[in-house]
Design a protein around this ligand. Structure first.
Ligand SMILES: [Zn+2]
Length: 97
């Protein structure tokens, strides 16, 4: 049993090293830098949304769609606490370039 497990582990390790040797798997420095920048941008966007939500709480407009003024469903707010639009308006806004 122990010998069988060892053989399985060796096979797994071989599979991993094969992956690293594949040229398509190797990311270039430029790709890594781009990925990092995109990650930073995503965090900055998220921070901006959270700030907007906090400002809305201060203004007493939290949970109200900024586009149509309708109440944002509680379930949506619970899933996405920084939502500033109702579902249909968000769908329209996401389609905007
Ligand atoms: Zn709306």
């Amino acid at each position: 049993m122990a010998a069988l497990q060892q053989r399985d582990l060796a096979a797994d390790a071989e599979g991993i090293s094969d992956g690293h040797h594949h040229p398509a798997e190797a990311a270039t420095d430029a790709e890594l830098r781009e990925r990092e920048l995109r990650e930073q941008l995503r965090w900055r966007e998220r921070e901006a949304r959270l700030r907007a939500a906090l400002a809305a709480i201060d203004a007493g407009t939290y949970g109200v769609c900024v586009d149509c003024g309708a109440e944002i469903p509680e379930g949506r707010l619970r899933a996405l606490p920084d939502s500033v639009r109702c579902v249909p308006c968000q769908r329209v806004a996401s389609r905007r370039p």
